[in-house]
Design a binder for this molecule. Structure first.
Ligand code: AMP
Length: 136
């Protein structure tokens, strides 16, 4: 697995603006924010994508995300935000260390812009759901 800038941040080799830290999780300001208060929440353990995260780290991320989101809202006054989590280059992942974006959305339009092209469930949603459930 290639070394990432976030692994270096976790080890303190590259500076960041931290907002939250516990044994398993670190959160800091995004260096190129989409809006004021754009924060990244990352596991300290190295994993490229969400599906590679172990259960303890997943639980820690799940605990931290709402707390950090509440703090971002309180500190910025934002009343809306998106949580974005990209996995894979074609899904716009640029840094290959799992991270969650918390991106405040403001009345001036700053924040995450989304082009959401809706589709249809297709021919066999029951079979698809069963296949996913079987894979768990
Ligand atoms: P993604 O496209 O989901 O992989 O997003 C990667 C994010 O990491 C981008 O929003 C970058 O601005 C952010 N980023 C890259 N390097 C740094 C850094 N050194 N400190 C903080 N954020 C960073």
């Amino acid at each position: 697995m290639a070394e990432t800038v976030f692994a270096k941040i976790v080890r303190g080799e590259i500076p960041c603006h931290p907002v939250y830290e516990d044994e398993l999780v670190l959160a800091f300001l995004d260096i190129n924010p989409l809006s004021r208060g754009h924060v990244l929440v990352i596991p300290k353990a190295t994993a490229e994508t969400l599906d590679q995260v172990d259960d303890d780290t997943a639980a820690a991320l799940g605990r931290a995300l709402p707390r950090v989101a509440r703090a971002v809202m309180k500190a910025t006054g934002a009343t809306a935000y998106n949580v974005l989590q990209n996995n894979g280059a074609s899904a716009h992942q640029a840094v290959f260390h799992v991270h969650f974006h918390i991106i405040p959305k403001y009345d001036d339009g700053t924040g995450l812009g989304i082009s959401w092209r809706i589709g249809a469930l297709g021919e066999d949603p029951k079979g698809l759901a069963a296949a996913i459930a079987d894979a768990l």
